[in-house]
Design a protein around this ligand. Structure first.
Ligand code: SF4
Ligand code: SF4
Ligand code: SF4
Length: 323
């Protein structure tokens, strides 16, 4: 058998759900391990230290996946080290590629976030307002350090070059299985390029309808969707037209509108801007616009739910700050 591919997986600032989607490919993972040598998988699977990765020779890892976004100084350091060690780096999942849900934190200051997390939640008892401190001297002799919380969430390719992107929160296991098989065969598969609508059985084109306007807007809590009919046609705002459909249309299939975790279809540079213009263009009246704004009062969080840190405006803002 040819040499096994040396494989690494690093969790940066995410929840590790993406790693669960790799484990979810079940017996295909066992088959894959015949061809992969896992040289690093931390911190989710093994308690590996920084120095273990730092000590590896440069470009000694054939393929490395990163899930999670850059939230703190440790994430940033480890992603840079992994970049040096890996020949191919894959940003795996919505956090790594777009910033994902946690990226909405970029609409708040660090002070607001800390106050909410460490003081204002109902379950928190912190009368002295003690917040995490990157360096702390305990009892005058123990010098303790923790990673520094960065002012903003960044995506992986803002810190290091990335060869390949896999969307989804988490990526769909069927797509992950296909990707792993293709990697073993010596190829990185291209994303399908199909939108969620293209693989949706509700697509109005199946009934010969090409264009329609939305006259009434509903949240999912206000209306049970009719089977077999496009959710947008029913006034339930669905992001299927401009979202990459490698998930196989998981959400609309069960009556839930797509919220965009798969990321943009090819050619779209700014997911939220495309979402705003596409949805805006099918609202059929001023009343429908009013309804949308009432029902989704923070429109930036609605349209950029998974993609705020990767937006052009955010990248530009950070570039200006950096000088
Ligand atoms: S993309 Fe979703 S599942 Fe993956 S690490 Fe981020 S939050 Fe978790
Ligand atoms: S808008 Fe949503 S429900 Fe309608 S066809 Fe596209 S993915 Fe399906
Ligand atoms: S339908 Fe949209 S939100 Fe749901 S899994 Fe697919 S890409 Fe993500």
């Amino acid at each position: 058998m040819a040499d096994k591919l040396k494989f690494a997986f690093l969790l940066a600032g995410g929840c590790a759900g993406c790693e669960m989607s790799l484990v979810d490919i079940s017996e295909k993972l066992v088959d894959a391990l015949e061809h992969l040598e896992v040289v690093f998988w931390a911190p989710t699977v093994a308690d590996v230290k920084y120095k273990d990765l730092e000590a590896m020779p440069d470009k000694s890892i054939d393929l490395a996946f990163v899930d999670g976004m850059i939230r703190n100084s440790e994430n940033e350091h480890m992603v840079k080290v992994l970049r040096d060690k890996a020949k191919i780096l894959v940003a795996f999942g919505a956090c790594a590629t777009l910033g994902s849900i946690a990226g909405m934190a970029n609409m708040h200051t660090k002070e607001e976030l800390f106050k909410q997390a460490y003081q204002d939640t109902f379950s928190t008892d912190n009368p002295d307002g003690v917040y995490p401190t990157p360096e702390y001297l305990l009892d005058g002799k123990y010098d303790l350090t923790i990673p520094e919380f960065l002012p903003e969430v960044k995506v992986i390719d803002e810190v290091v070059p990335v060869e390949y992107y896999v969307g989804g929160c988490p990526p769909h296991p069927d797509f992950v299985a296909a990707a792993v098989e293709a990697v073993i065969a010596g190829n990185l598969p291209p994303a399908s390029g199909k939108a969620v609508c293209d693989v949706c059985e509700r697509n109005p084109r199946n009934q010969g309808t090409d264009r329609f306007l939305v006259e009434e807007v509903y949240r999912t809590s206000e209306k049970a969707p009719e089977d077999g009919v496009c959710l947008l046609q029913q006034g339930i705002i669905c992001f299927g037209p401009f979202t990459q459909g490698d998930c196989g249309c998981s959400c609309p299939k069960v009556g839930i509108p797509c919220r965009g975790c798969g990321g943009p279809i090819p050619g779209v540079k700014d997911y939220g801007a495309r979402a705003m213009s596409a949805i805006g263009s099918i609202l059929g009246s001023e009343e429908a616009v009013e309804q949308l704004m009432q029902k989704y009062p923070v429109l930036a969080k609605f349209y950029y739910r998974y993609s705020l840190p990767s937006s052009l405006i955010e990248r530009k803002k950070r570039a200006i700050k950096k000088g």
